[in-house]
Every structure is written in structure tokens, then in C-alpha cells.
Design a protein around this ligand. Structure first.
Ligand code: HEC
Length: 134
């Protein structure tokens, strides 16, 4: 019975996930719920309260050209899934020390990460390439 119930819940969850597609609106809620603002700031400027305590400055989310792992919806969702690791100077250290500059958000669903990606892109208006580079 327990197993059957588990399967049933999984099915339900699967349906719910398909029912609505990712949206910047949901992303905004998730941005707040997951503490992005702690580091990146309430409006994404890279100046959250924790920023001064970090080894690396949180990226200004208004400028996607700064995103090292890419600035497409896919790329940002992927960055959130994997987090950002400190790149060590030697391959040996890189193997053994997995320290995160930015945590992984692996517990979120793929759709949730996409919603956050859309929200991040909405901050710069780059979703429609409205912004011109200086
Ligand atoms: C503990 C602080 C912290 C939290 C929490 C955090 N970030 Fe970051 N984030 C960073 C730092 C630091 C960097 C810059 C890493 C570097 O120097 O490459 C970064 C980089 C990024 C980048 C650019 C990655 C790239 O390709 O270079 C994006 C996009 C981003 N964060 C989005 C988010 C979102 C969205 C959330 C919430 C789901 C979040 N971050 C939560 C600290 C944080």
C-alpha cells in the first residue's frame, strides 16, 4: 500500500509539474524563497547583505554578459542545478576540494530553475534583447 501511495503521489506531482510552464513571476517568488537576495541583493544588483563576507563578489544579475556559464535560460537553469565551484589553481585540489562560491539548487525542480532563470533574464530585459551594451 505504501508503495502504491508513493507511485500515486509521484504521478500526481508529475502532472502538476506539466500543468504550468515556467514563468518569471514564479521565478521572482522562488528568488525570494531560496535566499538569492541574501547574496545577489533584493533587486539582483550583486549587493546582498552576505556579499561582503564571500570569497567572490556575487554576480550583478542585471548584466548577463558577466555570466561565465552562459546567459540563456538553459545555461542559467544549469548553473542553478550545479552551483558555482571555486576553481582551484591545481587540478589535484580541484578534485578533492569542492567548495562552492554559490550553492547548488539541486532540490528545486527543473521547471522551478527555469522560472528563476526567466526571472533573472527579466532583470536585465535581455529576454527580448532590449538592452544595448555600452
Ligand atoms: C551564498 C551566496 C549566494 C547565493 C545564496 C546565490 N548566489 Fe548566485 N552567485 C554567488 C557568487 C559568489 C557568484 C559569482 C561566482 C563567481 O565568481 O564566478 C554567483 C553567480 C551567479 C550567477 C552567474 C553564474 C555565471 O555563469 O557566472 C547567476 C546567474 C546567479 N549567481 C544566480 C543566482 C540565483 C538565481 C540564486 C538563487 C536561486 C543565487 N544565485 C544564489 C553567490 C550566491
Amino acid at each position: 500500500l505504501v508503495i502504491q501511495f508513493g507511485l500515486f503521489t509521484a504521478l500526481l506531482a508529475g502532472c502538476a509539474a506539466h500543468a504550468n510552464s515556467p514563468s518569471a513571476n514564479e521565478g521572482r517568488t522562488l528568488y525570494e524563497a531560496n535566499g538569492c537576495a541574501r547574496c545577489h541583493g533584493q533587486d539582483g544588483g550583486g549587493d546582498g547583505p552576505s556579499a561582503p563576507t564571500l570569497a567572490s563578489k556575487p554576480t550583478n544579475l542585471h548584466d548577463p554578459s558577466l555570466f561565465k556559464n552562459g546567459a540563456s535560460e538553459d545555461a542559467i537553469a544549469e548553473t542553478l542545478a550545479k552551483g558555482v565551484l571555486i576553481v582551484h589553481s591545481t587540478p589535484e585540489l580541484h578534485q578533492t576540494h569542492h567548495e562552492y562560491l554559490m550553492p547548488q539548487f539541486a532540490h528545486l525542480t527543473g521547471r522551478e530553475r527555469r522560472s528563476i532563470a526567466l526571472y533573472v533574464l527579466s532583470l536585465s530585459g535581455s529576454a527580448n534583447h532590449a538592452r544595448t551594451q555600452p
